[in-house]
Ligand binder design. Structure first.
Ligand code: HGY
Ligand code: MN
Ligand code: MN
Length: 409
């Protein structure tokens, strides 16, 4: 089988940041700069006009009959540590392939269409998810993003200005022009499509997210001499808090809560941990449950602090509301898929996506393809080449359908 540009491009991207256990490609790293450079080369190879914005997002524009507000499609090129080859990269490459398929079919759209590679969706370097799309949508001021620091203390502003930041030779556009509409193709990252035996999904809503940083101040001491009853062990307190939070999430129901990031200080075998830093990621597609999660985090922290005699500080670091996808665009996507003779189901997204930010400034829709075993954010993330290709075809048809729909406005 002749490899498609989609498969070849995904393979090239997968090599950037390969760790042997997955892919580690964080914003403004050398690997990330190489990935954005490939995106630019592929776009220019197909005669699309390329620009970037001050947040590091990269755009490849295909002209339409009109100038002005474009229909955007894309996703992110960064990954979580030891992430997979499809989360984000697939949607960014697929958008380019969709523009090329429009060219090949001689489709002249009313609107310009832009493929976009969003910067820093994962929040795996700077402590904010959807960093580029959040700036693009005006949800996060660039000035506040500039001040964000990575674990080495490097600010976003410095990283952006450094060698692996904004790309040399790519014009930097002014501001963040509002698009006419947005459609993102993404792997489902869950088990529903595979379980239902369906190859395409139309997303109804994207779960809201609450991310909280927690600092637990206990008392460091000699592991051999401090009696158990006199300890204020920050790690034992963190462990108790994590279990309390897990129980609270199970009680609230239809939500998820994860303590996925934890640092112990001084992290020395023979020293009682004096301080622990952890981050909580809580989500639900129901706003009332999100509020209950916020309250539970505070209540569990207060209870654990009192019980263990430690001081616990909680700092919200990210708040994303539940975002419903646009009903009209969903209808256009569903009709385009039906024309392909393919079945699709409606489903919510527990994973966050750039679409939840872009939806603040334009009607947005998302299309899912199945994830094998529902796995994602792991190195063995997989979707069959046939499903990947079907997704591109569905995306191409959806972009054309959305263009016709919005041209009527
Ligand atoms: O965390 C998420 O849901 C997304 O992958 N950033
Ligand atoms: Mn992800
Ligand atoms: Mn993603």
């Amino acid at each position: 089988m002749i490899p498609s540009p989609l498969a070849e491009r995904l393979a090239q991207l997968a090599a950037l940041g390969a760790t042997g256990h997955g892919i580690d490609r964080r914003l403004f790293s050398a690997e990330d700069a190489q990935a954005r450079t490939l995106f630019v080369q592929w776009a220019r190879g197909s005669k699309f006009t390329v620009e970037q914005d001050r947040a590091g997002n990269v755009f490849a524009r295909r002209a339409g009959k009109r100038d002005g507000a474009a229909i955007l499609s894309g996703s992110h090129l960064d990954t979580v540590p030891n992430g997979g080859a499809y989360d984000g990269a697939y949607g960014a490459v697929a958008a380019l392939c969709a523009l090329e398929e429009l060219d090949a079919a001689g489709v002249v759209t009313e609107h310009p269409v832009e493929a976009v590679a969003w910067a820093g969706e994962e929040g795996s370097r700077f402590p904010l998810g959807c960093l580029g799309s959040g700036a693009f949508a005006g949800l996060n001021e660039l000035a506040s993003i500039d001040a964000l620091r990575d674990d080495d203390g490097v600010t976003f502003a410095d990283a952006r200005a450094a060698a692996n930041g904004l790309l040399a030779g790519v014009p930097v556009r002014d501001g963040f022009p509002r698009p006419a509409g947005y459609v993102e193709l993404h792997i489902e990252q869950g088990p529903v499509l595979e379980h239902r035996g369906v190859r395409l999904g139309v997303v109804t809503a994207i779960a809201g997210q609450v991310r909280v940083e927690v600092e637990i101040h206990g008392e460091a001491g000699h592991a051999g001499t401090v009696p158990m009853e006199l300890r204020r062990d920050a790690l034992s307190a963190a462990a108790e808090l994590a279990l309390e939070l897990e129980a609270a999430a199970r009680t609230i129901g239809e939500c998820v809560l994860t303590v996925g990031h934890l640092s112990v200080f001084p992290n020395q075998t023979n020293v009682v941990p004096g301080r622990v830093l952890l981050r909580i990621d809580a989500r639900s597609v129901d706003e009332a449950r999100l509020s209950a999660l916020r309250a539970a985090i505070e209540a569990c922290a207060a209870r654990t602090a009192a019980k263990r005699g430690v001081r616990i500080e909680t700092t919200p670091i990210e708040e994303r509301r539940v975002v419903a996808m646009d009903p009209q665009l969903r209808g256009a996507v569903a009709a385009a898929i039906a024309e392909l003779g393919e079945r699709a189901i409606d489903l919510p997204s527990g994973a966050g996506h750039d679409a939840m930010c872009v939806a603040a400034v334009a009607p947005a829709a998302m299309i899912f393809v199945p994830s094998a075993g529902g796995l994602s954010h792991v190195g063995n993330e997989y979707t069959t080449p046939e499903d990947l290709q079907l997704g591109v075809t569905a995306l191409t048809r959806s972009i054309a359908a959305i263009d016709r729909l919005l041209a009527k406005d």
